[in-house]
Design a protein around this ligand. Structure first.
Ligand code: GTP
Ligand code: MG
Length: 509
């Protein structure tokens, strides 16, 4: 191939190099194309071949040593300063009381000593975990320095490293390097950030599963199966349908099942997003219905003022609570009534805005007073189209009436009905029966968009196939479906998009 200009063919297979003259979209020499196209490129090749070049052009240059504190700012017993890059261990040795101990340390070993500043004075006593390329998080030589946890100590250790030539790492730059060096695909790198910000046990479990590769494996297996179908289509394109045995009905069946898998992943986003980012639950109802009492009961603290005076809560109050593993932003609101008092009326207006933005609304009615004439949550404009759970409160009181059908009996005083209420809320999120033993879930908007786009292209391929359109069109749709999945794993993305994704990570990750 020497002397022939080359290009990287479609995004489906990143490192497949073909003469530029062969590039036209669906007229490739079949035997070679099918053979190469049916192979999934190892991640290592994707990272090193393409993105290293991209990085050198971008603001995240890969040749230098980077340093950052990986633990949160503020006082703590210990802090972790992370150093990575070619030559990072030599650089550290130059600022260490026992330079040979660092230089000679094997990978995955711990060295004790002192970090020295530029003038040779001790910055801190530390332990250093030494990692050698490629067996490190970033794939480069790197060191995790555990120092004492005060901000001034961390600054002194950082300054010592910077004075030796390291530069401050950008947000997510360690993970970017891990991705660029083929240590993980983009979906797994994103899971690192999700894990770092996980706010509930469910979010942690989901992120851990994605970090372990559950999503990447699902996507890769869908992609392999799609490539097989594409190969079958391409063979017929190149040799003519008459010259190839059998028809494509088996492939049609495969596409239907792949579409189902993609739809399943896409629909897991609703719950995945709630688990990752939290859900909004608002408590609504007329004044004195028992809203603040229920709010406090769910929080297990006396947060909102409770009194028998109608209109006690005048503004909305927000708190975060873990409900069945889901982080929930819970809102107590002002009782819904017409008021001549401008302050209360403003509180009601704001509360209605909260209701409009809620994922689930608990609408409370005082079980002792019963429903007021004309009281009907489905007639409340702020609740239109909402998931509304009707709660019949104060059922511990002797004068409480029986809960009407569709209303959940509840007492903030005794806790009666709280289990059913929590289940109803989770059910409202679509989570009940999902927790525990669920398959892979996605939480990222980017993943949802790409999976939906892939499913959409696959649907078009199926339609083209069943309606007897030329196979060229089927192949084109299949490639688009494959491209979207490749993009999810980080293939074919420009520097700008990658930098945007990684800049959302914490510094030190
Ligand atoms: N026995 C009993 N009393 C309750 C219960 N829930 C609320 N109450 C009483 O009902 C009165 C009103 O309760 P709140 O929680 O302040 O009602 P609210 O809906 O927040 O009222 P506003 O803020 O005025 O809209 C208080 O005296 C509470 O102690 C309950 O489950 N059992
Ligand atoms: Mg209240």
């Amino acid at each position: 191939m020497s002397g022939v200009p080359i290009s990287i063919s479609g995004r489906m297979n990143q490192v497949q190099i073909v003469p530029r003259t062969c590039v036209p979209l669906y007229h490739k020499p079949a035997p070679r194309y099918v053979k190469c196209g049916a192979t999934i490129t190892p991640l290592r090749q994707i990272g090193s071949a393409r993105y290293r070049r991209g990085m050198e052009r971008g603001y995240l240059s890969s040749g230098d040593v980077i340093v950052a504190c990986a633990t949160p700012p503020g006082a703590g017993a210990l802090a972790l300063v992370r150093l990575s890059g070619p030559g990072s261990l030599d650089l550290l040795a130059g600022r260490f009381s026992r330079p040979l101990a660092i230089r000679d340390a094997p990978g995955h070993s711990v060295v004790y000593g002192r970090i020295l500043d530029a003038s040779g004075s001790t910055a801190d006593e530390v332990t250093v975990s030494v990692f050698r390329s490629p067996r490190s998080y970033t794939g480069e030589d790197s060191a995790d320095i555990v120092c004492h946890g005060s901000a001034v100590v961390v600054d002194a250790v950082l300054s010592a490293c910077e004075s030796a030539g390291a530069r401050k790492a950008l947000p997510g730059e360690f993970s970017f390097r891990a991705f660029a060096n083929g240590k993980m695909d983009l979906a797994r790198a994103e899971a690192v950030a999700e894990l770092a910000r996980a706010r509930s046990s469910e979010a942690r479990a989901d992120a851990l599963s994605r970090l372990a590769g559950s999503l990447s494996r699902d996507i890769s297996s869908i992609r392999s199966a799609m490539l097989e179908v594409l190969a079958a289509v391409e063979v017929r394109l190149d040799y003519g349908e008459d010259e190839v045995d059998g028809d494509l009905s088996a492939e049609e069946g495969k596409l239907t099942s792949l579409r189902g898998r993609l739809d399943g992943l896409a629909s897991s986003w609703r719950v995945g997003r709630l688990v990752d980012q939290g859900a909004v639950v608002a408590v609504a109802g007329r004044t004195n219905a028992g809203k603040s009492s229920l709010f406090n009961r769910l929080l297990r603290e006396e947060r909102s003022i409770v009194s028998d005076v109608h209109g006690t809560t005048r503004d909305y109050i927000e708190a975060v609570v873990d409900l069945g593993g889901v982080p929930v932003r819970l809102f107590d609101t002002a009782g819904l009534r017409e008021s001549a008092d401008p302050v209360e009326a403003e509180g009601v207006r704001r509360s209605r805005l909260v209701l409009e933005g809620a994922d689930v609304v608990l609408y409370l009615a005082d079980g002792t007073a019963g429903l007021a004439p004309g009281e009907d949550p489905s007639a409340e404009p702020a609740l239109a189209g909402k998931t509304v759970i009707r709660v019949w409160t104060k059922v511990d009181l002797p004068d409480a009436k029986d809960a009407p059908a569709g209303w959940l009996p509840f007492s903030s005083l005794t806790g009666e009905g709280i289990g059913t209420l929590c289940d109803a809320i989770l059910d409202g999120f679509g989570i009940l029966g999902e927790t525990g033993g669920h398959g892979t879930r996605i939480a990222s908007e980017r993943h949802r968009r790409l999976i939906e786009s892939s499913g959409c292209s696959l649907g078009e391929a199926m339609e083209a196939l069943s309606s007897g359109l030329p196979l060229d069109a089927v192949a084109l749709d299949l490639r688009e479906a494959l491209d979207a999945l490749g993009e999810l794993l980080g293939e074919g993305l420009g520097d700008g998009i990658l930098e945007t994704i990684f800049s959302g990570f914490c510094v030190g990750k």
